[in-house]
Design a protein around this ligand. Structure first.
Ligand SMILES: NC(=O)c1ccc[n+]([C@@H]2O[C@H](COP(=O)([O-])OP(=O)(O)OC[C@H]3O[C@@H](n4cnc5c(N)ncnc54)[C@H](OP(=O)(O)O)[C@@H]3O)[C@@H](O)[C@H]2O)c1
Length: 293
């Protein structure tokens, strides 16, 4: 476990970002499809996140689709100089809301242009190549063609930095042979630790690890051990889950998703929560769910 410093930052594509960022996926409608019930509330969440110090926002044009990026633009454009927006390409949405792979070079180029247009940008700070794999878990196969396509868009000045999502260590190594990789975004949280070795490997290389589903995703983590620990230290279970990730490794950047101002405020406070060794040991007893995917 790392030594915890609450105001810590980590470099993402050359820019130091605060370790508590924000994931914008929850701002679209139900199932990440269509418009939100309350657009004004979505705008308020984004504005308060940035006002509270968030300078790393995660998004994709396939959230909505287009809706989430358009809300980000409406809420925050012109963007603060220090704001790093990270998006992802590699999928599109079917008319029924399904998530379809879109990983041919022409799809990747179109995905980057969709993000540029809907975010109102000339260049995107970081684009993650989202490999569809087994939906929320990676599977081994070459990703060279996709990274070559993104590297070409980087040469054209449309993409500043390249990241990866839903990948294995072997795929990270393959991608690094083609382009500099600044971050990896995989599923990881208190109860889903399949990527333990990858987190450490990337920390040694100075590459950011950005867990998706940091709170467990659409059904946030439920654990009696977590609830008891949280009660003992006067925090909420979700704050402890986020603080555990911040303690886990200094290269972990958080992007918890919420559509609620109350949850945003609660989550932001987790950056100040120091977990004693005894608490960390207690949290390590929580049985992993979903291990072995
Ligand atoms: N690369 C990928 O494949 C991938 C996949 C999934 C997500 N992502 C990114 O990762 C970000 C985070 O993932 P996520 O948003 O899916 O999952 P998450 O952050 O693990 O959890 C979000 C869920 O937790 C709820 N929540 C948030 N704060 C809470 C709190 N303090 N107390 C109780 N419930 C709370 C949210 O509901 P409320 O809206 O009601 O707060 C929402 O249902 C996304 O926003 C997206 O940017 C990437």
């Amino acid at each position: 476990m790392s030594t915890f410093t609450p105001m810590d930052t980590f470099k993402l594509g050359g820019c130091p970002v605060r370790r508590m960022g924000y994931g914008a996926m929850q701002l679209a409608g139900p199932g990440v499809f269509g418009p939100p019930k309350d657009r004004d509330a979505a705008l308020a969440v984004l504005r308060e996140a940035v006002a509270s110090g968030v300078n790393h926002i995660d998004t994709s044009d396939f959230y909505g689709p287009h809706v989430t990026n358009q809300i980000i633009r409406e809420a925050l454009h012109p963007y603060p100089d220090n704001l790093v927006i990270v998006t992802k390409v590699g999928a599109v949405r079917g008319e029924d809301g399904s998530w379809l792979p879109a990983a041919e070079p022409k799809d990747i180029e179109r995905g980057v242009h969709d993000n540029l247009r809907n975010l109102g940008l000339d260049a995107i700070d970081v684009v993650n190549m989202r490999i569809m794999g087994s939906v929320h878990a990676p599977s081994e196969r070459s990703i060279g063609k996709q990274i070559e396509a993104l590297a070409e868009l980087q040469r054209q000045g449309l993409v500043r930095h390249i990241g990866l999502s839903n990948v294995t260590s072997t795929q990270v190594a393959e991608a690094q042979g083609i382009a500099e990789i600044v971050c990896v975004q995989n599923q990881y949280n208190l109860v889903q630790r399949d990527d333990d070795a990858l987190v450490d490997e990337l920390a040694a290389k100075g590459i950011a690890y950005v867990p998706f589903f940091p709170l467990g995703g659409f059904t946030p983590i439920q654990s009696s051990v977590l609830s008891t620990v949280a009660q003992t230290i006067g925090a909420t279970p979700m704050q402890v889950a986020l603080a555990w990730l911040l303690h886990r490794s200094p290269n972990i950047l958080l992007i918890p998703g919420t559509s609620s101002l109350g949850h945003l405020r609660e989550n932001m406070q987790a950056a100040q929560l120091s977990l004693p060794e005894a608490v960390l040991a207690e949290l390590d007893t929580i049985q992993q769910v979903g291990a072995g995917h």
